[in-house]
Ligand binder design. Structure first.
Ligand code: ATP
Length: 404
């Protein structure tokens, strides 16, 4: 290459460089704009993809909901008897019985199980798992009570007896096995209203750390045939699941009143429920960690079948408190009250024939008298006025009961 050619080449390459720089310079804003647009488009794309995923999920949900709504619902029935692995006799809630087929995928059935059946063919589709069957839980109150023995005034002998027959077998069953005696399966507390029967049952559940399952006798009597009996059965299953447990049946007389053969369907249903209760009591063992406590204000009308040996054979009378008992109850309920010159002994003497519930009501009422007068302490006078008020109300109530 000659010198001139070399100079020319250098000049050209510099010119080329310059031109490229110029072009790049002029294109810079456009490139920047395009880059920004690109960013914007990819953001929009991402957003639209997210939206698409969300809409797809909504669509899928709506689709499943729609297909669920289109499915025919299943009937709930009880198995009366199992013929073999593929056939059983079932009973519908209206009492009709059917001989039907059991679907292959169904768990092994036993008589008494609850099952789902197809509406048209009445064939068994699925067994209902009892732990999911909350029917009984609707009718009972299940709790771990916090009421301790200290919150009960008086009733020393009664508490000792309950401790012996309920607390001891639950806490130390081996003691009974060693001695070779059988503790009662349950007890029956009887006496006037408001004397602390529920309180005692809760306190024993608390001291044994047992689950307290409370049910009212009248609630067990159901409208539909066989439902009450099923409910009783479910309550005992529930108690076994939650053991140690105490089943407390308040107003047990609603269920266990002496049977009269008048033959109405309602009475037959009460009888059926009662018979189920008896067979459940017979069915559990003396040292099982489920105990039954019944309570009633009407021992006189109770069917002796419930108090037969081996059932609720320990009867404990919870009567109206004597003067010492009333003083103890007053001490319990005034423990947290701000008292000034109050003589509880004198008050206890004045409260002749008052139940524990009435004594508690007197304490609350006395507190209200103090509040009404803008005082932060309660005086003897407040208690006297409250005693009079509750006494009059009590008399009126018993008058209503007499003439009502
Ligand atoms: P019912 O027969 O009407 O069901 P009950 O005998 O079960 O009544 P409880 O519900 O246990 O009576 O008592 C009501 C309330 O009265 C209790 O919550 C408690 O505050 C008070 N009470 C009753 N007896 C006593 C007692 N001995 N010591 C302390 N409080 C008592």
């Amino acid at each position: 290459m000659t010198k001139e050619e070399a100079i020319k080449k250098i000049d050209f390459s510099e010119l080329e460089k310059q031109t490229t720089l110029d072009v790049e310079h002029s294109l810079l804003p456009t490139m920047k704009k395009l880059e920004e647009e690109n960013k914007l488009i990819s953001k929009t794309l991402q957003r639209m993809e997210e939206e698409r995923a969300m809409l797809r999920e909504l669509f899928n949900n709506a689709n499943t909901e729609l297909s669920n709504l289109r499915k025919p619902s299943l009937l709930v029935a009880d198995v009366v008897s199992v013929i073999d692995d593929s056939k059983a006799i079932i009973k519908l809630p209206n009492g009709n019985r059917f001989y039907c087929y059991i679907s292959k995928n169904t768990e092994k059935l036993q008589s008494g199980d609850s099952v789902f059946v197809d509406q048209k063919t009445l064939n068994v589709v699925e067994k209902i798992n009892l732990s999911n069957n909350l029917e009984a839980e609707k009718y009972v109150i299940i709790e771990k009570p916090r009421e301790s023995w200290k919150e009960i005034g008086g009733l020393k002998d009664e508490i000792r007896e309950i401790k012996e027959v309920i607390e001891l077998p639950l806490n130390k069953p081996e003691l009974f096995e060693k001695v070779g005696i059988q503790p009662p399966k349950g007890i029956l507390l009887h006496g006037p209203p408001g004397t602390g029967k529920t309180l005692l049952a809760k306190a024993v559940a608390c001291s044994t750390n047992a689950t307290f399952i409370q049910v009212v006798g009248s609630e067990l009597v159901q409208k539909f045939i066989g439902e009450g009996a099923k409910l009783v059965k479910d309550i005992f299953i529930l108690a076994r699941q939650k053991a140690p447990a105490i089943i407390f049946i308040d107003e047990i007389d609603a269920l266990a009143a002496t049977r009269m053969d008048t033959g109405t369907s309602g009475e037959r249903e009460v009888n059926r429920t009662f018979m189920q209760l008896l067979s459940e009591v017979d069915g559990f063992k003396h040292l099982d960690n489920v105990k039954l406590i019944g309570a009633t204000n009407r021992l006189d009308i109770l069917d002796p079948a419930i108090t037969r040996p081996g059932r609720l054979d320990r009867l404990i009378k919870i009567g109206l408190p004597c003067v010492e008992g009333r003083l103890e109850i007053l001490k319990v309920h005034t423990r947290r009250m701000n008292l000034q010159k109050v003589n509880l002994k004198k008050l206890a003497l004045k409260m002749e024939d008052f139940s524990g519930a009435e004594i508690r009501a007197v304490c609350t009422e006395a507190g209200f008298f103090a509040i009404r007068e803008n005082r932060d302490h309660v005086t003897q006078e407040d208690f006297l006025m409250a005693t009079e008020k509750i006494g009059i109300e009590g008399e009126e109530d018993s008058g209503i009961q007499l003439f009502g």
